[in-house]
Design a protein around this ligand. Structure first.
Ligand code: HEM
Length: 452
């Protein structure tokens, strides 16, 4: 059985006991994965107190369902994280709640759904084929930073979807994808709220505002009824109307929503696509099955859009990668009013920590939880598993709005890359997972590229 014979993919050491408050905060600030102690992977609900703050680590699928779906109105995003996003992204969905959020969501969701993205898929595949071909030029020892390679490809794909390939837009996509760059721990505390009016919030606004000229140029071109270009994402955010009210987003709101979608979506997709090559290199058997599937379906040619859904093993590799290395390792909510979750009394203002990093490796939810085994996502082996035991995109009304777009990108880039190349681990570049807002390999992922 591959699951028990294969090496365990790298993960940070887990504290045997809960860390004292000071050490816990230090661990969260440097690498949130190292703050997750053994108890969290054994117990489905773990209540804790850090200084004045009640925190509930919720891994019970029924508890996750309560927070994400059944009583979702009681669990807005944790105010300090919301503030961090709102500072730069204004009215964009990443930083808002209530009717303002709902209004933006009713417009951003159809702008990103599979029907809206479909016309761009052929161009996305062609761009990926073109860029990936440059790997033939790598000389010397053949070592590349896989994360950087994926970043270059994905920024080009995003530019196609967001602006129909405007030649000036890539630096904006790269810049916004890093927002909010390196938040400091204080940003997640009440102290951050006190100092915000004087410092970081303004700086954050400026970071996004640096791209205002370009964003407003793109918006103004597309506002005109006789705009001749394709109906890209910026166009759709302007022209789609709210199905409930018939209203449109204002010019400023389109700017905020476009920035929010880019800030929310680029980085986790790069992360997910990066970890795949590490896991495949560690599991040659899985890599061989993936190659066999691609060779059979693609017949040695670049993929076509209709072939992407015909790659079930490729899809399982993606799902299993996001289980082991969830691109967003922690999703934090806050109780507005008291509630009961899986029999636990939740006082108002409690923090509800739903950590995909923990949920996806929980001993009560998964067999061999730290092993790579894509077949755990076959329909047969998925039967009976709660939908709330696997939440890389969250769930409920605030589920990631770009989930299906992300999946299309991942399938396309995987098919293009794995059809032609494989990546090998190099011992002198150890891999170290680090959890901040997203989960990335510290210092990139240096691997040797080989043509297949
Ligand atoms: C593998 C890739 C991705 C992963 C794992 C991912 C994960 C997530 C998660 C966990 C959330 C919920 C966060 C929370 O509630 O605190 C979220 C929200 C969001 N994501 Fe993604 N995401 C991905 C790709 C994308 C893409 C491609 C886009 C845009 C095209 C996107 C845009 C957003 C936005 C705008 C939100 C906020 C939605 C709302 O509050 O209504 N994401 N994502």
């Amino acid at each position: 059985m591959e699951a028990s014979a294969a090496p365990i993919p790298v993960m940070p050491a887990r504290p045997a006991e809960p860390l004292p408050t000071r050490e816990f905060f230090k661990a969260v600030a440097s690498n949130s994965l190292t703050a997750c102690d053994e108890e969290l992977f054994n117990e489905l609900i773990v209540p804790r107190r850090y200084l004045w703050q009640r925190v509930f680590f919720v891994s019970d699928p029924e508890g996750i369902r309560r927070v994400f779906l059944d009583n979702v109105g009681n669990y807005p995003r944790y105010r300090h994280i919301r503030r961090l996003f709102q500072a730069g992204l204004g009215t964009g969905t990443l930083g808002t709640e209530g009717e303002l959020w709902a209004r933006h969501r009713r417009i951003s969701a159809p702008s990103l759904d599979p029907r809206a993205i479909a016309p761009d898929v052929p161009a996305m595949i062609a761009l990926a084929e073109d860029l990936v071909g440059q790997l033939d030029e790598v000389d010397g020892d053949g070592i590349v930073d896989v994360e950087a390679v994926i970043g270059i490809v994905l920024i080009a794909l995003w530019n196609q979807v967001v602006t129909a390939g405007d030649p000036e837009a890539e630096p904006m996509l790269r810049g916004l994808s890093k927002y909010p760059r390196k938040p400091r721990f204080v940003d997640f505390t009440p102290l951050g709220q006190l100092i915000d009016p004087f410092r970081p919030a303004n700086q954050r606004r400026q970071k996004v505002a640096a791209f205002d000229d370009l964003l407003f140029r793109l918006i103004d071109e597309r506002i005109s009824d006789d705009y001749p270009g394709p109906h890209d994402l910026v166009w759709r955010l302007i022209h789609l109307s709210d199905r409930k009210t018939g209203d449109h987003l204002s010019r400023e709101e389109v700017r905020d929503e476009a920035a929010s979608v880019i800030a929310g979506g680029v980085s986790p997709t790069i992360r997910a696509l990066t970890w795949i090559w590490y896991l495949l290199a560690l599991h040659p058997e899985a890599e061989a099955r993936l190659h066999a599937e691609l060779d059979t379906v693609l017949q040695g040619k670049p993929p076509t859009p209709v072939q992407l859904p015909l790659l079930p093993y490729t899809r399982r590799v993606i799902d299993e990668t996001m289980r082991l290395y969830p691109p967003i390792p922690g999703i934090i909510r806050e109780a507005a009013a008291e509630d009961t979750v899986c029999g636990y009394h939740i006082p108002p203002r409690s923090v509800m920590a739903i950590m995909p990093w923990v949920v996806h490796r929980h001993r009560k939810l998964w067999d061999d939880p730290d092993c790579f085994d894509p077949d755990r996502f076959t329909p047969e082996r998925s039967t009976g598993r709660s939908r709330f035991a696997y939440v890389p995109f969250a769930a409920g009304p605030r589920i990631c709005v770009g989930a299906s777009f992300a999946m299309t990108q991942m399938l396309a880039v995987m098919a293009v890359l794995a059809r032609r190349y494989r990546f090998r681990l190099v011992p002198e570049h150890p891999v170290r997972p680090v959890g901040r807002i997203s989960l990335h390999p510290f210092g990139g992922l240096k691997m040797r590229v080989e043509p297949r």
